[in-house]
Write a protein that binds this ligand. Structure first.
Ligand code: SIN
Length: 484
């Protein structure tokens, strides 16, 4: 039987940052479904938005975040995020992350404000975090270990039932505090930048424990992924490329975003994604950097250049075919400004959480920032509860270990693909009331026995329900007819 003080579920930037901070106060166990490097953070390219430049201001970052979020953001949370941005950067620097001297520009930021280490900033940060947590004696990492259900005692969370590797029986990990940092749910959609593990697990765990989800209809679609499926995901062509002047052109070589928003390629992501989506009905759409100095491309985007080459395209000489894909859940498990959910003993952090900062459409590079800022917030509140928790024994006596159905991986893949097709078609970039109703019905009809499919089915259902409850388009939630 495993007991720990702090159980962190998930190992992206959110999970590992909070684990690093909590290790000051006690023993931390991090569980992760795959391997440490399988998190989405590993593929984050842009960077971290933060107010560090002399000519920048908290007011400006706050305004950009709220305008992009279509005014749906929680203002107090946005201010908290923005004002703690410099502290978040300092924390990452303290563990050895080396940011470049000058920030770069992404869509809807009034000035360059995105700090990066390279064109694979997520990878650089995660590698550094992994080094730090692996050396830490107060942190135990369990890879290939999945949380299947939260342990409830009265109204409190006391850890999770886990499944290790291919075992068929679950076992409990008891914890004083549990932090869900499982990432988002992009894999529920047929086309996504997200890694294979991003199927909304944390959201399902919370819903099964009686919590609700908030703003989950706001799924952000990124306009420029390379239009070539690769092992269940699509390679991102960062918005920073457009910040450097990359153009989006149609099959006739014409830029077309400007017709709909004068900011063109750097207009809000929801608008650019929709515009590309509609243009794709006429023919292929491309990202074009051929007018940009070749040396600048190679020096500024060495990793993207190399990866794109591996896919058979040359960023310097070719037009690169692009497609919009599911990228980020702006909503999730509602939490307060300290990352606490409504369930005592349970926190949610990063993409799985809904702090309210993103509103109806997330501003570029605010996501890594949110993960670090709210890790600091959780650590602060837990530090205060340490004396109170000192003698608390978390083990729940007479616990009943749940028995779950487990089907073979081929079946899981087949059902996941089915869900992905339904969600992409009916709950994707353009939604209609009829399509959403149809999707709801088709999703319920999937005979989910295995817990993994049940989790996915549940979150898909919640997304569709949330879409149906919002009769008007807002931010990323776009409906082409009003719901009645
Ligand atoms: C990108 O690099 O385009 C993605 C950054 C983000 O999702 O904020």
């Amino acid at each position: 039987m495993i007991k720990t003080e702090y159980l962190v579920i998930g190992s992206g930037i959110a999970g590992l940052t909070v684990a690093h901070l909590l290790s000051e106060f006690g023993e931390v166990t991090v569980i992760t479904k795959g391997e440490l490097k399988s998190a989405n953070t590993y593929w984050a390219q842009g960077g971290i938005a933060a107010v560090l430049a002399k000519e920048d201001s908290f007011e400006s970052h706050t305004k950009d975040t709220i305008e992009t979020g279509a005014g749906h953001n929680k203002e107090s949370a946005v201010k908290y995020l923005v004002e703690n941005g410099p502290k978040a950067i300092r924390l990452l620097e303290s563990i050895g992350v080396k940011f470049q001297d000058e920030p770069v520009l992404e869509g809807c930021h009034s000035i360059p404000r995105v700090w990066r280490t390279s064109d694979f900033t997520g990878q650089d940060i995660l590698n550094q975090l992994i080094k730090v947590v692996q050396k830490n004696k107060n942190i135990t990492i369990k890879e290939n270990t999945e949380a299947v259900e939260l342990i409830e005692s009265g109204d409190e969370c006391r850890g999770a039932f886990i499944r290790i590797g291919e075992k068929t029986e679950l076992e409990p990990i008891f914890a004083k505090q549990t932090i869900l940092a499982t990432g988002g749910c992009g894999q529920l959609f047929g086309r996504t930048t997200n890694t294979i593990g991003s199927g909304g697990d944390g959201m399902a765990l919370a819903v099964n424990a009686g919590l609700d989800l908030k703003d989950i209809e706001f799924i952000q679609f990124h306009p420029t992924a390379l239009d070539k499926e690769d092992n269940g995901r699509y390679f991102l062509l960062s918005e920073v490329l457009r910040g450097f002047g990359a153009r989006i052109i149609n099959q006739d070589g014409i830029q077309f975003i400007q017709k709909f928003d004068k900011r063109g390629e750097l207009a809000p992501r929801d608008l650019v994604s929709r515009t590309v989506f509609f243009e794709l009905m006429n023919g292929p759409v491309y990202l074009d950097m051929r007018h940009i100095d070749a040396r600048l491309i190679k020096n500024t985007f060495p990793n993207i250049y190399k990866r794109t080459k591996e896919y058979g395209f040359d960023l310097i000489n070719d037009r690169i075919p692009v497609t919009p894909v599911a990228h980020y859940a702006c909503g999730g498990i509602p939490v307060d400004l300290k990352g606490a959910t409504k369930m005592p003993g349970l926190f949610a952090l990063g993409e799985v959480a809904c702090t309210g900062v993103h509103g109806a459409n997330r501003l570029a590079s605010n996501s890594l920032l949110e993960a670090v800022v709210f890790s600091l917030a959780i650590a602060e509140v837990i530090e205060r509860s340490v004396p109170m928790d000192k003698d608390k024994d978390v083990e729940v006596k007479d616990i009943k270990i749940p028995v779950v159905a487990i089907e073979d991986i081929g079946q899981i893949k087949a059902y996941s693909q089915r869900l992905g097709k339904i969600m992409w078609k009916h709950a994707g970039i353009v939604r209609t009331s009829g399509g959403l109703e149809k999707a709801k019905k088709m999703i319920i009809e999937i005979p989910a026995r295995d817990y993994r499919i049940q989790h996915r089915q549940l979150v898909c259902y919640k997304i569709i329900e949330a879409c149906l409850k919002r009769p008007h388009s807002l931010g990323t939630h776009y409906i082409s007819e009003e719901l009645t």
